[in-house]
Design a protein. Structure first.
Length: 421
């Protein structure tokens, strides 16, 4: 595609009244506002571990595989291919990463795990792009195939290995972790003061500079890297045009099949990397069922982020934070989150009233009152609710953000070469 063609495509008229995209200042402002709200809830509830260094570190560890799956989904769907198979590609990443990692070292495991996920992406691309099979059907089939395939392989590889079994691998050597000397201890001390916002900010920074895996650093860099490739290069423009209007892209000389294949293979590779993170960083062994539905939650994070890397990262962080609550403080922390969600619902109701959407505002208000009453009349929440909190958060966030979402126009639609002629 020539420069003039790319410019013409990028200059296509936009819908009037279109929503603004999240910029870096907007994201930082949202994060700061959210941190201030969490700090207020911490002071009211007395749940001092909400923003501790350990809590933030745990949340980051749980958010990274979700974020990588979401990033993989973003690549595929920006090219017009729905990738429900992220869960299966993560499963392939966990198994192949652990299989190669315990034999030849963790970084070899990273590469082989990425390759395993990429093969899953290639299979999804062949089924959906070349044979035009329904994307949802293909994704579900890949999830089932990946689960059965890895269970079958485990019986022949891990069962007889020292320290392994038919359901888990031998231990994998951990990837090197870094701690910033001085800054880590200072942030831990400052967080222990329990000051409003300052201590919470210190806890967040401390979690980012204490026992940070190099694979986590790589995963964090992939978020701005994806934004730059897809929104600041001619390659990214062509790829996104395939997800918006593949017929028009083809008329401008774009090889739509090629870009869809590239996007879905990269999608699988990123999901595979998320799987490697689970089997080498989060837990240095492969275990059957290790992904725990994170591929689906990553897809939800991508949708919450409106198919943008920054918004997706916010969604993954939110889900990772909610998931980590049960690891530190458990029922007490989740009980404090009832108050946080109630406040958020009050803010949502006020915004909906401002927009003259009175029925949604009334529903949000009633739910907020219910949560306030629940919080006031109890000291803890049932253990079952603690375990379900991340998934309930996923549903709640998607329900509240559904009206502002805009997926790529041709996402999931069948396409045949030359259909516009």
């Amino acid at each position: 595609m020539s420069t003039s063609t790319a410019s013409a495509t990028s200059a296509a008229p936009q819908k009037p009244g279109g929503r603004k995209k999240l910029t870096l200042p907007m994201i930082l402002l949202i994060v700061a506002g959210g941190l201030a709200l969490v700090s207020l809830v911490r002071l009211i509830s007395g749940a001092e571990d909400l923003t501790s260094v350990g809590q933030v570190s745990g949340a980051l560890s749980l958010a990274v595989p979700i974020g990588l799956a979401g990033l993989g989904g973003l690549w595929a769907e920006r090219a017009g291919v729905v990738n429900i198979g992220l869960e299966g590609m993560m499963i392939l990443g966990t198994w192949f990463g652990a299989w190669a990692g315990y034999q030849w070292g963790p970084w070899t495991g990273v590469l082989v795990g990425i390759a395993g996920g990429a093969v899953g992406g290639l299979l999804h691309a062949i089924i959906t792009v070349t044979f035009n099979v329904n994307h949802i059907v293909s994704g579900v089939a890949i999830n089932i195939l990946a689960l059965g395939f890895t269970q079958y392989l485990s019986n022949f590889t891990f069962a007889d290995a020292p320290g392994g079994s038919s359901k888990q691998s031998p231990r994998v050597e951990e990837i090197y972790k870094i701690t910033v000397p001085g800054l880590s201890d200072w942030m831990t001390t400052l967080q222990g003061k329990h000051w409003f916002f300052v201590s919470d900010l210190a806890g967040v920074i401390g979690g980012l500079v204490t026992e940070l895996s190099l694979l986590t650093v790589l995963a964090l860099l992939l978020i701005p890297g994806t934004w730059w490739v897809l929104w600041r290069t001619a390659f990214g423009l062509r790829l996104r045009s395939c997800g918006e209007n593949p017929t028009a892209a083809e008329s401008l000389g774009v090889n739509v099949y090629k870009y869809k294949y590239i996007a879905v293979i990269v999608s699988g590779a990123l999901a595979g990397l998320g799987g490697v993170f689970l089997s080498e960083v989060a837990s240095p062994i492969y275990q059957e069922g290790q992904t725990g539905g994170r591929g689906y939650i990553g897809l939800a994070a991508m949708i919450f982020g409106n198919w943008m890397p920054g918004g997706m990262a916010l969604g993954a962080g939110l889900f990772g934070f909610t998931d980590s609550l049960k690891l530190r403080g458990g029922a007490e922390n989740v009980h404090a989150m009832l108050l946080l969600v109630a406040i958020l619902l009050v803010l949502a109701a006020a915004w909906q009233v401002y927009k003259k959407k009175y029925v949604p505002a009334a529903i949000s208000g009633v739910c907020a009152v219910g949560l306030f009453v629940w919080y006031a009349l109890t000291d803890q929440v049932p253990s079952q609710f603690v375990d379900a909190a991340p998934y309930l958060t996923t549903l709640l966030v998607l329900a509240l953000s559904a009206q502002r979402l805009r997926m790529p126009k041709a996402d999931g639609l069948p396409y045949r070469k030359g259909q516009g002629k």
